[in-house]
Design a protein around this ligand. Sequence first.
Ligand SMILES: NC(=O)c1ccc[n+]([C@@H]2O[C@H](COP(=O)([O-])OP(=O)(O)OC[C@H]3O[C@@H](n4cnc5c(N)ncnc54)[C@H](OP(=O)(O)O)[C@@H]3O)[C@@H](O)[C@H]2O)c1
Length: 327
Amino acid sequence: MNYRPLGRTGWSVSEISFGAWAIGGSWGHVSEQDALGTLHQAVDAGVNFIDTADVYGDGRSERLVAQLRKARKEEIVVATKAGRRLPRQTVEGYSRENLTAWIEDSLRNLSTDALDLLQLHCPPTEVYDRPEVFAMLDDFVKAGKIRYYGVSVQKVDEALNAIAFPNVQTVQIIFNCFRQRPADIFFAAAKERQVGILARVPLASGLLTGKLRADSMFAADDHRNFNRHGESFDVGETFSGVDYKVGLEAVEEVRRLLPERVSMSQFALRWILMFDAVSCAIPGGKRPGQVAENCSASDLPPLSPETMAQIGHIYDQKIRPLVHHRW
Ligand SMILES: NC(=O)c1ccc[n+]([C@@H]2O[C@H](COP(=O)([O-])OP(=O)(O)OC[C@H]3O[C@@H](n4cnc5c(N)ncnc54)[C@H](OP(=O)(O)O)[C@@H]3O)[C@@H](O)[C@H]2O)c1
């Protein structure tokens, strides 16, 4: 496993880290044994950074991560999120009272006195016009409740607005072979300000693993079933917002580029690591084997300029017209 600096935090994080949404909920049932086995496998493979949120399984994901930290001696940095407990996303919801309650809940779930990194969880765009929200986050840092804060955003414009606030340390954004716009207009600005970038949904919710088929079935409580058209939350979070059928066709074109003995998942993650502005990719996983495979992407040699160009071509032909302007 290779490590990269996380913005100005002083932390050096595994370039393949772990996203703990699926072990919390909204991805079909994951047993406690599988969830913990998956987390331990991540640490065994060198992962030292985990992304979770208060709402993943209503705290289940955070509590599992706390169990992991208790059981391991390695230092594991945990990023959590706040804001999605609001019944409706409004700027007014990002009040001191609500933030305090969410932070206290996460501290309890994570069994800790201070959160390593708190991210606003895709707040409404207007939050970036409200310096008072970020001033409150500064207060939580001063009070010792959080060490650092960042944001998780849906749109590139939100990412650019977020990093105008000097103490935003990280931006979490969807970035993968099927979501390339952040590299065009955000990465250079983030690098200049030394803001860490967490590449989320790096496998396009499993599409880029190459295992999905037109007739693949998903459990009723898996968002790939209940949010395929954005019925519950932003459609960009499910399959990266790429139409399922188009995504499957594009995956077949990417598959032709695979070097020998490299899997689609490894290849998709290695593509992300080609961008040095990215601090880490945070693939989710529900079984230890998935995590072992994903982490091994860090050991692969760089992709050739020709391969990068070919992926760019697939994106331009099939994906760009559908998603590029949207996020
Ligand atoms: N708004 C936000 O802030 C937000 C939104 C989304 C995600 N996130 C964060 O980003 C993380 C990553 O995104 P994500 O979990 O949505 O999507 P992802 O990482 O693109 O896909 C993860 C899923 O792909 C499948 N998978 C993973 N590795 C595999 C492998 N090697 N072989 C086969 N299948 C594999 C697993 O599901 P199956 O086995 O069921 O196919 C896994 O749950 C999340 O866990 C969360 O921490 C944040």
